[in-house]
Write a protein of this length. Structure first.
Lengths: 115, 93
């Protein structure tokens, strides 16, 4: 199980863990509650990146105290997530806009034939 | 003080699991296809966070490598699916 950390390090790590859980839950609830896709895409991409950053900093503090040296390799996850999350969001938004435009065009072409 | 850390990591794990459940619900009932891809994106990031928290609790470095692999391959999968929604094929000639 967990090794013994100093009191202030354990307090900081606990606080970061709670903040990470809160932000991840906020992002997912935003995915559930918001109205349409264009407002829905804001919640998970922003909040999950911040949750991953808080979690990675807490892992960095714990690993540095356990191994008695500065361990920074856990920052790789946060770095990679900060790079890749906007790319996914932009591609998804473009796909949604394109599909909406295609749908509207098809409806507009089909409407005069019926009327 | 270890007890506080245990409770905090349990709270974080609960939040991540709830986020995964919500993402699965949105993936099942998403009105559009882009919603489902976004829910899958949220789900793999939540799974990655669960693995990182387990690595912190069990104090093992193995979980970190798995989390990094999930991060990379999840990104590739999300981009492939978004590209498929955009054009109708993943790799264009």
């Amino acid at each position: 199980m967990m090794t013994d950390l100093p009191v202030w390090a354990a307090a900081v790590v606990s606080f970061l863990l709670v903040v990470a859980g809160f932000f991840a839950l906020t992002g997912s609830v935003g995915l559930l509650r918001l109205r349409d896709f264009y407002s829905r895409i804001h919640a998970p991409t922003l909040a999950n990146t911040l949750a991953a950053f808080c979690l990675v900093v807490s892992i960095l503090i714990t690993a540095s105290f356990v191994q008695h040296r500065f361990v920074a390799h856990s920052l790789l996850v946060s770095f990679f997530l900060i790079i890749t999350s906007p790319v996914t969001a932009m591609l998804l938004m473009r796909a949604a806009i394109k599909r909406q435009l295609r749908h509207d065009l098809k409806e507009r072409n089909e409407a005069p034939e019926q009327g | 003080m270890n007890q506080v850390l245990f409770i905090a990591s349990s709270f974080a794990l609960t939040c991540f699991v709830l986020g995964m459940v919500i993402a699965v619900y949105r993936m099942g009932t998403g009105p559009t296809m882009a919603d489902r891809v976004l829910a899958l994106d949220t789900m793999y990031i939540n799974g990655m966070l669960i693995l990182l928290t387990l690595g912190l609790r069990f104090n093992s470095p193995l979980y970190f490598d798995i989390a990094l692999l999930i991060c990379i391959f999840g990104f590739v999968g999300s981009v492939a699916m978004a590209k498929f929604l955009l054009r109708g094929e993943v790799i264009e000639p």
